[in-house]
Ligand binder design. Sequence first.
Ligand code: DP6
Length: 333
Amino acid sequence: MKKTTVVTTILGKKSNKLPDQDVASVFAPTNIALCKYWGKRDSELNLPVTSSFSLSLGKKGTKTELKVSDTAYDVILLNNKEVDSSSEFYKRLAAFLDLFPVHRAMRFYVNTQSNIPTAAGLASSASGFAAIVMALNQLFCWGLSYQKLSILARLGSGSACRSIWQGFVEWHAGTQNNGMDSYGEPFPHTWPELCMGLCIVSTKEKYISSREAMKRTIETSPFFAEWPNKVNMDLPILKQAIINKDFHLFGKVSESNAMSMHATMLSAWPPIHYAVPETILIMKKVWELRQQGLPLYFTQDAGPNLKLLFLEKDKEQIQQYFTSIEILQPFLE
Ligand code: DP6
């Protein structure tokens, strides 16, 4: 099924309404998966092989301003600087806007402000696509439910369907071919003491996109067949650990899930390895500190940066061990 069919199904008669307001301004948080999305059953609609589960990062994310432009082309700004129409960023966003029938009749001015490094495994595209969908919904007063916005955001980037909400979010894989049952849903539990420490070791663009890496993993990794079993095992334990505020179990499942995802990539051909030497050094430091009794875990996405997981009571100690860490407390932001 085509993306445009999904968009038309969701928008119905709403699609051609002219803007009721001059400008929309929205914010969407970035999200970090604790139980990862890795592998698609449909790469056109970004339908995943498994469900996944994430934590949104409060004030870290994308603010998008959207209005109709009287230019012949879309004017797209990234952090207040106009983006060249030949760039990947421009092409990907313009192609996404093209899915919406309103784009046939008008061009847009889009100002995307992100406070996270683009494409460094910190899910800037997730918050970006969630924000643009929310901005369209606001500008045209579509009044779509969060669930429908989540489906639309998924068409831009799979993980974007979780960035519609703050807090913990589960993305249900769904089984339907049109993906109408594949969307995010907030997991209604908070954990104010939970901290995530961003260890940025590189802000360079990733050497292979997660999209390409997922595809290669599915096609060539002998271990990918085991991945859905791992997720099906981890996801319920992770949710129960949150309900019980069992930090050790929460950390263990998150770290083990990330390591297993990377193991499927290491066994792909050609192998995919996102770590740089500093990544490995930090992992070893985490393992060493944990052995000494510090409740500290990590997760890693499609990039070399690590996100440390710990509780508020250990914040100062962690700051001393990892001097350049940026500590977030997602439920207090
Ligand atoms: C490792 O959502 O960026 O961060 O659907 O192709 O746009 P596309 O992929 P994307 O992949 C995210 C992969 C991940 C894990 C996760 O966020 O669940």
